[in-house]
Unconditional design. Structure first.
Length: 383
């Protein structure tokens, strides 16, 4: 996060470092890096350094019924799996948390915050936004192939394919007729969501249909990172490593491949050649949908509630504007969205719904599936 939390003192962090990791921090420097958790660099009198990750647990809730305790339990399970991947599977590219006293991989700082400690990666190229270069993509794919073939003693949680905060997003769409006087971006977010509500609803429906199909094939599930993008893949003098193991899960391999494939389709054929796994275009589309909808839901939740005018809020607003344009990002859903909007308008004014014409049997029906992401699957080369 860009903004340091004002309800967490360095004294509290230093005390936890000493108690949990026997580390006497001479200095603690807040690092405005990443998005989703807070980070500090801790340095002891001998110059040893640690990278601290502090999670805001309420920000990790998956639904309105979720709890900070449950979020903490999930985080502990994912970090334990990361440790097992490095220790038991010898995956040296996994930058796993350093266990604290008693073997704990994460410790609770308060009801709101938890803290994990990782080695500080000096002399490296930090992660960045954007896409991998053509030169780097084969090396990154090699790491993902190794990860997907792993069987750690501490197995990750299974991905249930449920959308994060879907209930909150539906509630927000139902409340766009009332003002959101919650802060600088409240009314802007409300107006933006109202403008694109039909498209969001269509995208959620398409996601649900795809999720039913993808979840019915658990034999395809492998260990996945979840976000192996350029911001989480760091180049060190010894090679690439992957950081940020908050969301490691058993899931279809496409969870780690969809973004890589957007920049270079050839990685899919290379993956199949190395693993024997045939790529599922529908699963690729599913996880891109999941990412879009999770971003939308998270930022809407932020702006629907009371929020401060900070750099993080400004960055969140830019991100919401980017993701909350479903008709543009998912053009094949545009007709579905427009029809949903038309039906709503007709119901509001008491008109009879327009009768849908029967489709031409010689014309392929447009429907939510993998071609949204990758074009017509029938035109794809067999992988």
């Amino acid at each position: 996060m860009l903004t340091r939390p004002d309800d967490l003192s360095e004294e509290r962090i230093g005390a936890e470092l000493a108690a949990g990791w026997d580390f006497a921090a001479q200095s603690l420097s807040y690092l405005p890096v990443g998005f989703g958790s807070h980070h500090w660099l801790a340095t002891d009198p001998a110059g040893q350094q640690l990278f601290l990750i502090v999670h805001d647990l309420p920000a990790m809730l998956r639904s309105q019924l979720d709890t900070a305790d449950a979020a903490y339990g999930r985080l502990r399970a994912t970090f334990e799996c990361a440790v097992s991947l490095r220790r038991d599977e010898n995956l040296e590219f996994v930058v796993a948390p350093a266990p604290a006293a008693g073997g704990m991989v994460v410790r609770r700082l308060s009801q709101r915050y938890s803290m994990a400690v990782c080695p500080y990666l000096a002399d490296c190229e930090p992660g960045r936004a954007g896409t991998f270069t053509a030169e780097d993509r084969p090396a990154v794919l090699k790491l993902l192939i190794a990860l997907h073939g792993a069987a750690p003693r501490v197995a990750p949680q299974r991905c249930d394919l449920e959308l994060q905060n879907a209930d909150g997003l539906r509630a927000a769409m139902a409340s766009t007729g009332r003002a959101w006087r919650t802060g600088r971006y409240g009314e802007r977010a409300r107006a933006l969501l109202a403008r694109h509500a039909a498209g969001v609803t269509a995208l959620m429906t398409a996601y649900s249909e795809l999720a039913d199909d993808v979840s019915s094939r658990p034999e395809r599930f492998v260990v996945t990172h979840g976000e192996p993008g350029p911001w989480n893949v760091v180049k060190t003098p010894a090679g690439f490593v992957i950081v940020d193991w908050d969301f490691v899960q058993l899931a279809p391999p496409e969870r780690d491949l969809w973004e890589l494939a957007e920049a270079d389709r050839s990685v899919l054929a290379a993956y199949t050649s190395a693993t024997g796994t045939v790529i599922d275009n529908g699963a690729l589309a599913l996880f891109r949908m999941w990412y879009d909808l999770s971003e939308i839901a998270g930022y809407i939740q932020l702006f629907r509630g009371a929020h401060d005018d900070t750099d993080d809020s400004a960055e969140s607003w830019k991100n919401l504007e980017y993701f909350l344009r479903p008709a543009e990002r998912w053009p094949q859903l545009q007709l579905v969205a427009l029809r949903a909007a038309d039906l709503e308008r007709q119901e509001d004014v008491g008109e009879a719904p327009e009768q849908r014409e029967e489709p031409d049997p010689d014309q392929k029906e447009q429907r939510p599936c993998g071609e949204f992401l990758l074009g017509d699957p029938e035109a794809e080369q067999d992988l």
